[in-house]
Design a binder for this molecule. Structure first.
Ligand code: GCU
Length: 427
């Protein structure tokens, strides 16, 4: 009896080991171009019933809604209808910020559904030089709190960090990610910037929902397509735009949404849904952002949905290790931005985000720009490092690691100057 148990046990262990090995081999990240599967990208301009789209009008009335439906039901989840009440309170103001070139404001947003409230703090800089004409505005999140974007001690801690201050003091470091929001560079070029900590909207943790804005909004019945963090972050970006467009110092026709990495995914989804964003910028957004999923290079749907189960809607996991079965791909998400302007950027060492997949995605979105008489990316070949493309779709690849740097910002500013017709100032 004992012997049988031992044999049984060892067979079980061997089997488990074999299965484990198979699973880990299967889940091994692919960084080899020759191992990219032979994928077929879903058609941009052919409707689900096979009808070809030849005009912008057909695109808007027929094809665009089909693509939109897929992304909202099977990738990011559905954004519920209904508006929240938001109260805004300016909690700090400095008219002579950055050596007098800018006005800095900190504005507390209090979202309410009548029963519950959620607070989020916006940090705002606008150039004093464009107060009368209204400045173009970048809207985007930061990772480490508003205080993490600057060494200026006047900048308050974001509410989320206040709430956890006793536990993780290293998160309270001031200025840790200041190069990601180079306010002086932005102001010198005549732009305004509004940033908020994304944890204020939805704490980026598996159990973050309980402390997020999601509690205040109705949920959809279908659990599989219910929105999660990326959807809620996108909603938060639009909430910032609701406030910005009423500000006298802002040019409401020149709002740009920007995001790095996971926030790049959210910026794309916000930019797609909210047409008030005239320029949509994805910085190293990778898997579930700009990069094509069907290439299965770098991060995969399997990894992202396992590691971050709170980002996408549950139904997205259906495509884990089944990228070939995806009826749509991320180039179609990018195409939903047209005819507004799109910029995608990669970094040379950021293989996890698949720079080539990010480029090809923007390239394959480009026929849509052509349909609108605009110019997207024209070559299937990626440009070299340091050779940005600035058509109606912009793209650059920077030397270096996964990050957003003043170099990237320089290109975004150039692109926006071109889109909005500004003469380059103080470059
Ligand atoms: C992880 C994650 C990526 C994400 C990145 C980031 O690497 O796998 O999908 O883009 O974090 O947000 O920095």
């Amino acid at each position: 009896m004992m012997r049988t148990t031992v044999i049984f046990k060892s067979v079980a262990i061997t089997l488990a080991l074999l299965c484990g090995m198979a699973a880990s081999a299967k889940s091994k990240t692919n960084y080899d171009e020759s191992k990219v599967p032979n994928y077929i990208l879903p058609e941009l301009l052919t409707c689900n019933d096979g009808t070809k789209v030849t005009t912008a009008q057909e695109w808007e009335s027929r094809r665009r809604p089909e693509i939109m439906e897929f992304f909202s039901k099977s990738v990011y989840g559905q954004t519920p209808e209904g508006e929240l009440k938001v109260k805004y309170k300016v909690v700090a103001k400095d008219r002579k910020a950055l050596g007098g070139k800018a006005t800095m404001q900190q504005v507390m947003f209090t979202f309410s559904n009548g029963k519950m409230v959620q607070r989020a703090l916006a940090l705002v800089y606008y150039p004093n030089s464009r107060k009368k004409t209204g400045a173009p505005v970048f809207i985007g999140y930061n990772f480490k709190g508003n205080h993490g974007t600057s060494n200026d001690t006047k900048i308050l801690y974001s509410p989320y960090f206040d709430s956890i201050s006793n536990r993780k003091s290293e998160l309270l470091q001031r200025g840790v990610q200041s190069e990601r929001w180079p306010m002086e560079q932005i102001i010198d070029r005549g732009y305004a910037a509004v940033t908020m900590c994304y944890h204020d909207i939805y704490p980026d943790r598996e159990d973050g929902a309980a402390q997020s804005l999601i509690r205040l909004l109705p949920t959809t019945k279908d659990e599989g397509s219910r929105w999660q963090a990326i959807g809620v972050w996108a909603y938060g970006l639009s909430s910032i735009a609701d406030w910005v467009e009423r500000q006298p110092w802002a040019n409401r026709e020149q709002m740009c949404v920007i995001g790095h990495s996971r926030q790049g995914k959210a910026a794309l989804w916000a930019g797609v849904q909210d047409e008030r964003f005239k320029v949509v910028i994805s910085n190293n957004s990778g898997c579930g952002g700009a990069a094509l999923s069907k290439r299965v290079f770098g991060e995969s749907i399997r990894f992202i949905t396992k590691r971050f189960p709170h980002w996408f809607c549950k139904d997205f996991t259906k495509y884990s290790e089944r990228e070939a079965e995806l009826p749509f791909d991320q180039h179609q998400l990018l195409a939903l931005v047209a005819p507004r302007h799109l910029y995608v950027a990669s970094a040379s060492l950021d293989r996890w985000a698949d720079p080539k997949g990010e480029y090809l995605s923007a390239y394959h979105a480009s026929p849509l720009y052509k349909l609108y008489g605009m110019k997207g990316l024209e070559s299937e070949q990626m440009p070299k490092i340091g050779e940005p493309i600035m058509n109606d779709v912009g793209y650059h690849i920077r030397e270096g690691k996964h990050n957003i740097t003043p170099y990237d910002w320089g290109h975004y500013l150039d692109f926006c100057d071109k889109v909005f017709g500004y003469k380059v100032v103080n470059k």
